[in-house]
Design a protein around this ligand. Structure first.
Ligand code: NAD
Length: 392
């Protein structure tokens, strides 16, 4: 795959050659004792369904502790995963982690409004942090998390699993090599039906806990995808919302939001999100001589690409099953060991926080154009530094 990366794709990538050398080192499983220990904070759906199982198959990361407000559940999960009793933490004794050398990385998997506080506490305990998306519920909190990482001289990574997902990497590389001509248009659609009766949706529908409903939960995948697909940053955005305030789900958040980013290259990226439309996590990229349709693009598995060229759709491409969460946590483990560059740092999460705020500002002003060219540039292009596939 790497021979399809154009020279243009490498330009502007800080330290790309060093990073490439490190990133392309063969993925060899580390002996268990040498794996980087992760404490998983919050034992909800994602932790139990994806993250703890991912740590079981990770090559360089392992589960070292669990943190939960439910002691019985925490003890059960610890026992099921072979952890000793003293590797179970509550939120009240969280700071005890400072004295626990088994834990190097704290993985924050809590409702969004709790990310900042628990991230900052983990830095104060001297740990590195991997934090779920969206990194926070406000730009100010996101900035405070980045400042706390710097003060503690520890690493902050945001869990953008698509940066490490083979099909998304393949699509980025196809776009970088320009074989379909210039990219003209990106369309991202990210949403589903939310259910107020489901506890893990109840907080997502709460403006204060989620920081923005469907946009913060699902739309963020489209905001981030437009940026990693194009490897550039939007200069402006316009957005509109359509929200039925009689629907009990939408008392404090918007429902359907549609936005339009303009990029310096001239590409336009349309995005939409909703908690009241049929489930979708897909995107389409239209180039001068072809179209890339990824549908689904961001599921945990089964992502599929259809390349349409000359009016003909080629047979859909799926890559061998892989555990995206294990790949992401192995990447963090390699960052901590100094063996891989930081691809999705706090600054990457902050950029999405600022763009989502700009989208909501535009919504509040009925589609007014909001300038977004505040100078952020990603340090590493995933298409250049993340090998494909590391786990094969
Ligand atoms: P969830 O509701 O299933 O789990 C949240 C956990 O936090 C629960 O165990 C709950 O008990 C605990 N919690 C602690 N304090 C709480 C409080 N005050 N209110 C509510 N819950 C509290 O949520 P989830 O789906 O596991 O999502 C957790 C995080 O992971 C979110 O930030 C979400 O955006 C992110 N996420 C990411 C992905 C991904 O693909 N990267 C997928 C799903 C969720």
């Amino acid at each position: 795959m790497s021979n399809r990366i154009s020279r243009r794709g490498l330009i502007g990538v800080v330290g790309a050659s060093t990073a490439l050398a490190a990133a392309k080192a063969p993925a060899i499983a580390t002996p268990d004792a040498d794996k980087v220990g992760f404490a998983v904070v919050g034992l909800g759906k994602l932790s139990l369904g994806q993250i703890i199982p991912g740590l079981k198959v990770a090559k360089g990361a392992k589960l070292a502790a669990v943190v939960s407000g439910h002691p019985d559940k925490a003890r059960r999960v610890a026992a099921e995963n072979g952890l000793p009793a003293d590797a179970v933490y509550g939120y009240d004794d969280y700071d005890r982690m400072a004295k626990d050398p088994r834990i190097q990385v704290v993985y924050i998997v809590l409702p969004n409004a709790l990310h900042a506080d628990h991230t900052i506490r983990a830095f104060k305990a001297g740990k590195h942090v991997l934090c779920e998306k969206p990194m926070a519920t406000s730009v100010g909190d996101a900035e405070a998390m980045i400042a706390a990482a710097k003060a503690a001289k520890r690493r902050l990574m945001i869990a953008y699993r698509c940066h490490y997902e083979p099909l998304n990497l393949d699509i980025m590389r196809r776009l970088r090599d320009g074989s379909l001509g210039k990219t003209r248009l990106v369309n991202t659609t990210m949403g589903r039906q939310a259910d107020l009766a489901e506890p893990s949706d109840a907080w997502r529908l709460d403006g204060l806990m989620s920081g923005g409903g469907a946009l913060a939960d699902m739309g963020i995948y489209g905001v981030n995808a437009a940026r990693y697909l194009l490897n550039e940053e939007p200069v402006s955005v316009r957005a509109w919302a359509q929200t039925d305030r009689t629907d009990p789900r939408f008392k404090t958040t918007e429902d359907l939001i549609d936005w339009q980013f303009r990029f310096p290259s001239g590409v336009i990226a349309n995005g939409s999100t909703s908690f009241n439309y049929a489930p979708t996590m897909g995107y389409e990229v239209i180039c001068e001589r072809g179209r890339l349709v990824a549908d689904p693009a961001a599921f945990y598995g089964g992502n599929r690409l259809t390349v349409v060229q000359g009016g003909q759709a080629q047979p859909p491409l799926s890559l061998p099953p892989n555990d995206q969460f294990a790949r992401e946590m192995d990447w963090m483990a390699d960052v901590v060991r100094g063996k891989a560059p930081m691809v999705s740092p706090g600054e990457e999460g902050l950029q999405d926080m600022k763009l989502m705020k700009a989208i909501l500002d535009s919504v509040a002003r009925d589609g007014a154009t909001i300038a977004t060219d505040w100078g952020y540039r990603r340090a590493y292009d995933p298409a250049v530094v993340v090998d494909l596939p590391r786990s094969a």
